[in-house]
Ligand binder design. Structure first.
Ligand SMILES: NC(=O)c1ccc[n+]([C@@H]2O[C@H](COP(=O)([O-])OP(=O)(O)OC[C@H]3O[C@@H](n4cnc5c(N)ncnc54)[C@H](OP(=O)(O)O)[C@@H]3O)[C@@H](O)[C@H]2O)c1
Length: 430
């Protein structure tokens, strides 16, 4: 009989006499060491940390970890040990972490993981494996760190039909963009984020939108019940946003955030991740620094907003320990069925388009002509003073239109010799 079932039934039988859930921690990094800290300091009832696995483990050993905990470099022994009930995977990446998760579930153990990349790509497969072997897979920390959006979807919101998701899901991008809002160019602010430990030396995963789209794919499965390929979600890096865009956005009553967005309408599923203009008074604009925010719109319950610390060792560890407690207390999650779906980026949205041009007569006429050909209505043309004619930035905003129509119009303009750089095309959330 699989281990996890034994434990669940002993927990359910008698809270005072149950055997604690025996936990092996895989990865003693930022989140792993915070999970250990909570388990050691607050000693949650029903949980017992028995093993810590890491490569080159000697340099990881900490004197605050009780002597009863075994430090090891032998992952294999833990995956097959009948002494361990739950593997907490906090190594990250697909390989070898994914293989370990699969092997642990196949052995009937339960797994708690914060690994968004793995869950976005293989969550369904791994959950099915867990069901078939009697184990459980929990990943409450994989999206928005310490904010309980996943348990919120699985429990409190499973009775609704979620129609749309708006999320600030990447703390690094939110730090950079909310800092640029107060002045500063991208490169300077990125360097500050790196110095503070908020951004990796290679920030591509975050600023390129890869991290947020994995998280969005996980949310879409739980909220909209659709399984989409995360790599099929359109993404736009925040790197092309500059100080001048914040200046124009302010004039339009907006600011800029990296927004992960998904919508289900008439059977079609649209999703995208990228910098977006949001109204200065909207909740999305309130989130500053590394905060995360998720707004879910339900057909019956209306809007629900989650916000808080989306990353960091301790907040993320809270989500991991909460998953462990849910396992220890046999709290059953609602497993809503989902099915594979195609995804496009065909939102109907107003847009902000910044052109940077070598000025000459006739440019605006050519741009408006290309937009008119696609039946796109212009809302405003804004040009600030004080820029050189050799690199003049100006902005055209357009009324809500299909993303594909605007893409066609911009494709026709893109080859024009007056453009100094490709136009920056951002959705405006209204
Ligand atoms: N940090 C956050 O705020 C946050 C928030 C939400 C979710 N997460 C997720 O949580 C997971 C862990 O993130 P983290 O920030 O704690 O990462 P981290 O600080 O880099 O910790 C990873 C740990 O795993 C160890 N490790 C890596 N590859 C290994 C391998 N092949 N064999 C053995 N040990 C290995 C590392 O050891 P070395 O020291 O030798 O590299 C390190 O101790 C990731 O899936 C991440 O996406 C993190």
């Amino acid at each position: 009989m699989p281990e996890a079932k034994n434990i669940s039934s002993s927990v359910a039988a008698s809270p005072n006499t149950r055997r604690p859930l025996r936990i092996a921690l895989f990865g003693f990094g930022t989140v792993g060491s915070s999970v250990a800290r909570i388990l050691v300091d607050s000693k949650p009832e029903g949980l017992e940390l028995t093993h810590i696995y890491n490569r080159n483990v000697a340099r990881k050993k900490a004197d605050w970890i009780p002597a009863s905990v075994t430090w090891t470099e032998d992952a294999e022994a833990l995956l097959t040990s009948p002494e361990i009930d739950v593997i907490v995977e906090l190594v990250g990446g697909l390989d070898p972490a994914g293989v370990w998760v699969e092997r642990a579930l196949a052995a009937g153990k339960s797994v708690v993981s914060a690994n968004k990349k793995l869950i976005a790509l293989k969550g369904v497969e791994l959950e099915n494996l867990a069901v078939s072997t009697g184990g459980h897979l929990k990943f409450g920390a994989a999206v928005a760190g310490g904010i309980p959006v996943i348990p919120g979807l699985e429990q409190g919101l499973s009775g609704d039909r979620i129609r749309s998701i708006l999320g600030i899901l990447n703390g690094t991008c939110n730090f950079i963009l909310s800092k640029m809002q107060t002045g500063g160019e991208y490169a300077t602010v990125l360097a500050e984020a790196q110095a503070k430990g908020y951004a990796e030396a290679d920030p591509t995963e975050d600023v390129g939108g890869f991290d947020a789209r994995s998280k969005l794919a996980i949310l879409m499965r739980l909220a909209m019940r659709v399984e989409v390929d995360p790599e099929g979600i359109a993404r736009q890096p925040i790197t092309a946003v500059s100080a001048v865009d914040f200046s124009y956005a302010r004039d339009l009553g907006c600011t800029i955030r990296q927004v992960a967005r998904a919508e289900q309408k008439d059977g079609a599923v649209a999703a995208s991740v990228g910098p977006v203009l949001v109204a200065a008074q909207s909740p999305l604009a309130w989130s500053r620094g590394t905060e995360n925010m998720v707004i879910l719109n339900g057909q019956y319950g209306g809007n629900v907003v989650f916000s808080g610390h989306g990353a960091g060792g301790h907040p993320t560890a809270v989500a991991v320990v909460s998953d462990l407690l849910a396992l220890a207390y046999d709290s059953r999650r609602v497993r809503v069925p989902s099915k594979p779906a195609a995804v496009d980026a065909e939102f109907e949205s107003a847009h902000y388009i910044r052109f940077t041009v070598k000025d000459r007569p006739g440019i605006v006429a050519e741009i408006t002509g290309a937009l008119a050909k696609e039946k796109i209505n212009i809302r405003a043309i804004v040009q600030k003073e004080g820029f050189a004619e050799s690199a003049l930035p100006f902005v055209v905003t357009v009324e809500p239109c299909k993303a594909s129509a605007l893409d066609r119009a911009l494709a026709a303009i893109r080859s024009q010799d007056y453009l100094i750089e490709p136009p920056l095309n951002l959705q405006i959330l209204e």
